[in-house]
Design a protein around this ligand. Structure first.
Ligand code: HEM
Ligand SMILES: [Cu+2]
Length: 555
């Protein structure tokens, strides 16, 4: 295939650019060709296997917790095991699944293709990032076997400096994990700056690239702070350095500042890539340009920036002055404003579009509902007078699960279905996809909606027994968790079956205008034979005659 010009009216090769070459899955064979690959697409798939395994492991920990909470009194695990389980659940989900999931899998796979590039700027660093992720996983799993941790994922001092568990190794594992994140984000930033195809100006880029870019900036500035804090904590724990232990003159509140200076931005590390997925899904399935491209693109940068100035909202009861608490509360509201800009823009994008309904679109609807619900409760807990009552109760647990599971996990699933035909060249079963999506949603709502009521009713988080009056809500929550787990397994099964038995997908089964749909499905090893010229935006639906005709018919 010679020079590909991607303009409004090009009708590329019906099989997609590069279809006459073997695809990336078949281009080389043998285990070595995978383990030493520098192809961003293969590295993405290796990350895919990793993050799914850890989603499963984190899920098992969660089900142990929920099953223990089925009844008010202790049943099958003791208090110490319970403390271990919620800590390991949090650590696994946050660092081994949620943070890497969307960027390392879908960012790695589609970002270079979206930019018309053959690979990321630093393919070797990309591969190294994968192995460092694996190393961090090995250290964390080793630490789990060698004593685990019972401090909660937040590692609050002074307890964590004296806990008899493997806190030092957990800290080291998360430190190493951060190196992998930073390497991937540097790669994304440099690739976005330097490897865009000819004609692909910043304002023509797909919105997923903007979101990934903004996330990479947060990772670059926030992750070193976490790394440093955990090294200091490890030194405290291993050698009694006493930086944070007040008994020897250390400052425990300092640790909270350091931890949340990273961990608040980290929540945007988890959600921003998902915003990118959602923007792609909304535009592709409503066959419409975003109601405001710039609003979506710039609000990602806005969130990335303002997210660095809100960490104090986690510390309203840690002795902040009222003035500080007010300022942190007010700054937190800006995040909600930027998020609302996105939500309104996505909804407005549906208007006038020609909407087709497929599994990713259904996940978008769940996302919309759950993220707005979670975001609004975020505004509520960022209000000091309310948070004093809700802090450390199930209300907070429900808030962040609404956003992290309801937002990030649903968009991870949307992405898994949306880009499935591109990644593997096959279609999944749409009916099963829709059904499992409904199961995931219902399971989710049953799991976490009751937790708002529990928290508001005074049930504290991180306890393994509770007074009887909380039981019926806990039963709902545990039942929901099992359904959610089943829904996820079925969704995974549907995709796995489609790998072998799915119908063959053309280059662009959804009728999207974004650039990754121009190459063959699956793409050839180098994505494009030559760097393409891009002469339109990624959402140029207005000029597509087909869509115009279809819409005229619909009206
Ligand atoms: C609309 C924007 C948001 C606001 C204003 C907000 C506000 C807050 C506040 C004030 C807390 C602390 C509550 C407490 O501990 O008493 C909190 C906790 C939390 N939020 Fe949010 N949030 C927002 C969005 C998000 C997002 C997007 C995520 C994740 C993707 C998230 C994840 C978390 C987590 C993990 C915690 C709990 C940390 C812990 O104590 O274990 N939040 N949020
Ligand atoms: Cu926060």
């Amino acid at each position: 295939m010679s020079q590909a010009t991607i303009d409004a009216d090009s009708r590329p090769n019906p099989l997609g650019v590069g279809a006459d070459h073997p695809d990336y899955l078949r281009a080389d064979s043998g285990l070595r060709s995978w383990l030493l690959t520098k192809d961003h697409k293969r590295i993405a798939l290796m990350f895919y296997v990793g993050v799914i395994l850890f989603l499963g492991l984190g899920g098992v920990f969660a089900l142990v917790l929920r099953t223990e909470l089925l009844t008010p009194e202790q049943t099958f695990i003791d208090a110490n095991t319970y403390n271990q389980m919620f800590t390991l659940h949090g650590i696994t989900m946050v660092w081994l699944f949620m943070i890497p999931a969307v960027p390392t899998v879908f960012g790695n796979f589609v970002l270079p293709i979206m930019l018309g590039a053959k690979d990321l700027a630093f393919p070797r660093i990309n591969l190294a990032s994968f192995y460092i992720y694996v190393l961090s996983a090995i250290i964390l799993l080793g630490a789990m076997l060698a004593g685990g941790a019972d401090t909660g994922w937040t590692f609050y001092v002074p307890y964590s400096t004296t806990s008899p568990t493997a806190v030092t190794w957990m800290g080291i594992g998360i430190f190493v994990n951060g190196i992998s994140s930073i390497m991937t984000s540097v790669n994304f930033i440099v690739t976005t700056h330097t490897m865009r195809a000819k004609g692909l100006s910043w304002h023509r880029m797909p919105l997923f690239v903007w979101a990934t870019y903004a996330t990479s900036i947060i990772i670059l500035f926030a992750t070193p702070v976490l790394g440093m804090s955990l090294v200091l904590l490890a030194l405290d724990h291993a050698f009694g350095l006493s930086l944070f232990n007040p008994r020897y003159g250390g400052d425990p509140v300092l640790f909270q500042h350091l931890f949340w200076f990273y961990s608040h931005p980290a929540v945007y590390i988890m959600i921003l890539p998902s915003f990118g997925v959602i923007s792609e899904v909304v535009c592709s399935f409503s066959h419409n340009q975003p109601a405001s491209y710039r609003a979506i693109a710039y609000s990602s940068l806005g969130i990335a920036f303002i997210g660095f100035f809100t960490w104090g909202h986690h510390m309203f009861v840690a002795g902040l002055s009222e003035f500080d608490a007010g300022v942190f509360g007010a700054l937190s509201m800006f995040v909600a404003i930027f998020s609302a800009i996105k939500v309104f823009t996505w909804v407005a994008t549906l208007r006038g579009g020609s909407i087709s309904f497929a599994t990713p679109m259904l996940y978008f609807l769940w996302f919309l509902f759950l993220f707005v619900f979670g975001g609004m409760t975020g505004v509520a807990v960022a209000t000091q007078s309310l948070d004093v009552h809700w802090h450390d109760t199930y209300f907070v647990v429900a808030h962040f699960h609404f956003i992290m599971v309801g937002g990030t996990l649903t968009s991870f699933l949307a992405a898994a279905h949306y880009w499935f035909p591109k990644m593997f060249g096959r279609l999944y079963d749409e009916r099963v996809g829709l059904l499992t999506s409904v199961a995931v949603f219902i399971g989710f709502v049953f799991t976490f909606l009751p937790q708002f009521l529990l928290g508001n009713g005074g049930m504290p988080r991180r306890y393994f027994t509770y007074p009887e009056r909380y039981q019926w809500l806990n039963v709902l929550s545990t039942g929901g968790a099992w359904l959610l787990g089943a829904g996820l397994l079925l969704a995974l099964g549907n995709l796995l079956l489609a790998l072998k038995w799915g119908k063959r997908a053309g280059p662009n089964p959804w009728g999207s205008r974004s650039f990754e749909w121009i190459t063959a499905s699956p793409p050839s090893k180098h994505n494009f034979e030559e760097t393409p010229d891009i002469e339109r935006s990624a959402y140029d639906y207005t000029l597509s005659e087909e869509v115009a005709r279809e819409r005229a018919k619909a009206r």
